[in-house]
Design a protein around this ligand. Structure first.
Ligand code: COA
Length: 402
């Protein structure tokens, strides 16, 4: 197989590279979809793998900023990764990952992030599991709060146009607070959160703004599905996104969602482990919370990435980093005073860049990595020192799969 990987140059290549992931779900993209892809993804950010003249794989990256502990950094949001089933396990993905990471490095984006379809794929390319999230299904009869909530705001339904103005400031408040949140353009909102897809026309998503003290401080996007069993409603409310800018607004938007009549259950996905809902509820056990891996993070430029976040404590740590895919990261880094610089000093910890990616957003501790054999402690107490630096609250939250 004569394999070549390069960026797409025209719409024909885009359609074929996009159809790599389309082989696993969905139809070939039509014109309307292509128009949407164009508005969200620059053509040259979609890499295609060619076997002769045939495109047999695709790998894309969105351009956005990702909130990191205490800051925000340019990030490649890796997406649309697929290899045609006719060409699997012949190194097509590896060739695309190599080309994409080189491109991300050239663009001076210090980090890349993705949602993995399978946990076994991306560690070898330096991505580390860096956050957890889960799904809660709350029976409405068990949705009481533990403490009385004084409701001060008012919920109202809004159109997609109104939501386009009212929701982004609330999202941006979340961005300032939580690692793992991505920046959204106007087109991102319009095409991903606020567009009613064809299959939803009969029962579209609803947009709710919660106004409090003169401004929209929380919002929710949700759908309902109606069903009855022996005359008793078994209907479900599916929360697509619920965000509040303040604790009061968050509590009130959740109270709204939990109180919609006729619903038997309220389901929300991608919730972080420290979401306020769990302590708002009187009976969190009833949510039957199910946890899985969420965002995976790759430090493409270790120095810039480490210097681009803040740290909880003082102190210093010397890391000996292995990186087989991005060799420019290899070697010893001294982290002190929020800056990472090259050093010849004796290392405290030795680890693969994927493990550093796991620790980066503050959700996975070096202590956990040590217990799992993912980091070597070369000096006593180094793991504890590193955890004092890297640990961060609140935990990362990426409320959206991209
Ligand atoms: C996952 C996928 C892209 C892999 O493509 P591929 O071209 O077959 O992968 P490669 O041949 O380049 O494999 C590179 C390495 O990853 C391993 N690998 C690839 N896919 C894997 C998987 N699903 N699970 C475990 N290991 C996998 C290979 O064994 C190989 O290992 P090695 O480096 O030790 O030799 C392809 O199977 C696919 O399109 N799957 C369905 C869509 C999908 O899941 N996309 C990812 C979206 S996040």
């Amino acid at each position: 197989m004569a394999l070549e990987v390069r960026s797409c140059r025209d719409d024909d290549e885009l359609v074929r590279a996009h159809y790599a992931i389309g082989q696993y779900f969905g139809a070939p993209i039509d014109e309307a979809r292509m128009e949407r892809v164009h508005q969200l993804l620059e053509l040259d950010r979609l890499h295609a793998a060619f076997d002769g003249g045939e495109i047999v794989g695709g790998a894309g990256a969105f351009t956005y900023d990702l909130t990191v502990p205490g800051g925000s950094l340019p990030c490649a949001g890796v997406t649309l990764v697929g290899v045609y089933p006719t060409h699997r396990r012949r190194g097509v993905l590896r060739a695309m990952m190599d080309a994409q990471l080189a491109d991300v490095h050239e663009r001076a984006e210090p980090i890349a992030a993705l949602w993995a379809s399978e946990e076994t794929i991306y560690g070898r390319f330096g991505y580390g599991l860096s956050s957890w999230s889960g799904e809660a299904t709350i029976p409405r009869v068990w949705s009481a709060f533990a403490q009385p909530l004084e409701r001060r705001g008012q919920a109202r339904f809004v159109s997609a146009e109104e939501a386009a103005a009212a929701f982004p400031p609330v999202w941006d408040a979340l961005r300032r607070e939580r690692p793992g949140v991505i920046s959204r353009t106007e087109a991102w909102w319009r095409l991903r959160q606020l567009r009613i897809p064809d299959e939803e026309q009969a029962n579209p998503r609803r947009f709710v703004a919660l106004d409090l003290d003169g401004s929209t401080q929380a919002y929710a996007i949700y759908r309902t599905s109606l069903s009855f069993d022996a005359g008793v409603s078994t209907s479900a409310l599916d929360v697509q996104e619920a965000v509040g800018a303040t604790p009061q607004a968050t509590a009130e938007i959740w109270r709204f969602l939990l109180d919609v009549d006729w619903m038997e259950t309220i389901t929300a996905r991608l919730l972080p482990l420290d979401h306020p809902l769990f302590l708002l509820l009187a009976t969190p056990r009833r949510t039957r919370f199910r946890v899985g891996d969420a965002l995976w993070t790759r430090l493409v430029d270790v120095g810039a990435a480490l210097s681009g976040r803040q740290y909880a404590g003082d102190g210093a740590v010397v890391l000996d980093v292995r990186d087989a895919v991005c060799p420019w990261n290899e070697g010893r880094w001294r982290l002190e005073g929020g800056e990472a610089v090259r050093t010849d000093a004796e290392p405290d910890l030795a680890l693969d860049v994927s493990s550093l990616g796991s620790a980066y957003l503050g959700a996975v501790s070096f202590d956990q990595l040590l217990a799992a054999g993912r980091v070597e402690e070369l000096r006593d107490g180094a793991v504890r020192r590193a955890d004092a630096l890297f640990g961060w609250r609140p935990l990362p939250w990426c409320p959206e799969i991209f």
